[in-house]
Write a protein that binds this ligand. Structure first.
Ligand SMILES: Cc1cc2nc3c(=O)[nH]c(=O)nc-3n(C[C@H](O)[C@H](O)[C@H](O)COP(=O)(O)OP(=O)(O)OC[C@H]3O[C@@H](n4cnc5c(N)ncnc54)[C@H](O)[C@@H]3O)c2cc1C
Length: 403
């Protein structure tokens, strides 16, 4: 049994599904197979395997990349000045600026986009007008497929490559490329964890039943940046199904950690120093920490992780509004920078029920994500016209009486 298999056998939660071993194998002995929860894991074909050890050497969990010196990354709040791009990005639209700069230098950009089934896989873009395919967070695990091999192909031709992905994907690519990486820029983000593609598939089949989907955005900003509006556009007209984090069951399950990959609860990559060159994030808490950088339309956090990251940031900074921040204050509202998400206590029961497949999937999702009874009563009351004003009036009267 080779080490990658041994590692999974000893602790399945160590495998982050980064596709590093899959890309490293020269004998096509490794396939990535979806398990019953919907996450992909490597399976080794013993007849093809020559025990060369390349897969083990590429695994970012078995071979963590240690930084020579730990340091606190220089941190900025940042907003892309192009309002149209910012409106169509998760936070401040800074990914687009970095990617556009690499394209302007004749480079190529790899990031996560939807495939023909509205699942997510990594893909490349060569023209700035196609960057929209990669913009905006997609809240399910992206399939890397042969991306790492493609990246190396472009680096060998002397091209600059920007790869954007989860911290584990970036660590795996850094391992895969090795020392020959002057032209490679890695952009990761603070990652809460990746949800199961199978749960997304089940959700989408019912949510957009019989609709011809044109576009999906997990972070539509029509209501606000903070409310995570999941919008599914369909038909020819400007129609879309939309629900925010208070009402959308998929977003609720994601944020309640009901169906994240097991390795996300034991993440080896959520550290302040990372193998990436730049780390991106939503600047949650910006109203409190840096109110002048808040306008409700999305502010990014940028952590500079290397000299290469610093150089790229300097090249784009005249196209952004930026302000340096204190690292500790900036991550105060974003714990996933340094700690793994805790699994929902209902996670195992949820997947057990998904497998039994005895209940309508939406009902099942509702039964696991619904808020406690007291909170639901409050939500129902709020929906009755005039009740909010009435409650305020009663509270006001009580205040008057007690004073
Ligand atoms: C699963 C997930 C969890 C996240 N958790 C947090 C968090 O806890 N806190 C936080 O501050 N930010 C989190 N983010 C990042 C955040 O949502 C924004 O992506 C980030 O702020 C960059 O915003 P932007 O406007 O600069 O770029 P955007 O235009 O939003 O660019 C997004 C970039 O992320 C890449 N990407 C999108 N989806 C995926 C995916 N499924 N897998 C790999 N790469 C992907 C795209 O290729 C693109 O490069 C998460 C993102 C994802 C995908």
């Amino acid at each position: 049994m080779i080490a990658v298999e041994k590692m999974i056998a000893a602790n399945r939660a160590d495998c982050c599904g980064c596709y590093g071993c899959y890309n490293a194998c020269s004998f096509e002995a490794i396939t990535m197979v979806e398990d019953e929860e919907g996450f992909r894991y490597p399976r080794v074909d013993a007849e093809r395997c020559r025990n060369c050890g390349k897969c083990e050497r590429t695994c970012p969990v078995l071979n963590p990349i240690e930084r020579e010196q730990e340091s606190t990354p220089v941190t900025y709040a940042a907003i892309n000045k192009d309002e149209a791009v910012r409106a169509d990005s998760s936070s401040g639209g800074m990914f687009h600026l970095f990617a556009g700069q690499i394209l302007a230098q004749g480079g190529i950009v790899f990031g996560a986009g939807f495939d023909e089934n509205w699942e997510v896989c990594h893909q490349s873009v060569e023209r700035v007008e196609d960057l929209g395919r990669l913009r905006v967070s997609k809240y399910l695990q992206s399939r890397i497929e042969t991306t790492f091999q493609q990246v190396v192909g472009h680096l060998r031709q002397g091209r600059r490559v920007l790869f954007a992905g989860t911290p584990c994907q970036c660590a795996a690519l850094r391992r895969f490329v090795g020392k020959n990486d002057e032209n490679l820029v890695l952009v990761d983000f603070i990652c809460h964890g990746v949800p199961s593609p199978k749960i997304w598939r089940n959700y989408l089949a019912l949510r957009a039943r019989k609709k011809e989907i044109r576009r999906i955005s997990f972070r539509n900003k029509n209501l606000s940046w903070e409310r995570y509006l999941l919008a599914i556009s369909y038909g020819n007209a400007n129609k879309y199904l939309a629900a925010d984090l208070n009402t959308d069951l998929y977003l609720q399950g994601f944020l309640q950690n009901l169906y994240l990959r097991p390795s996300c609860h034991n993440c080896h990559f959520c550290k302040k120093n990372r193998p990436s060159d730049i780390t991106l994030a939503d600047f949650w808490g910006v109203q409190e920490e840096s109110p002048d950088m808040y306008d409700g339309k999305g502010t990014s956090l940028i952590f500079i992780q290397s000299q290469k990251g610093k150089a790229l940031f300097q090249q784009v900074q005249d196209r952004a509004r930026i302000k340096e921040q204190d690292f500790a204050k900036a991550v105060r509202h974003n714990p996933s920078m340094i700690q793994s998400s805790t699994p929902s206590p209902k996670r195992a029961a949820f997947f057990w029920d998904v497998q039994r497949n005895e209940m309508d999937f939406m009902k099942l999702l509702y039964s696991y994500t619904k808020p406690p009874f007291k909170v639901r009563v409050k939500q129902w009351i709020r929906k009755i016209p005039g009740t909010v004003a009435l409650v305020h009036m009663i509270k006001g009267k009580r205040g008057e009486l007690s004073s």
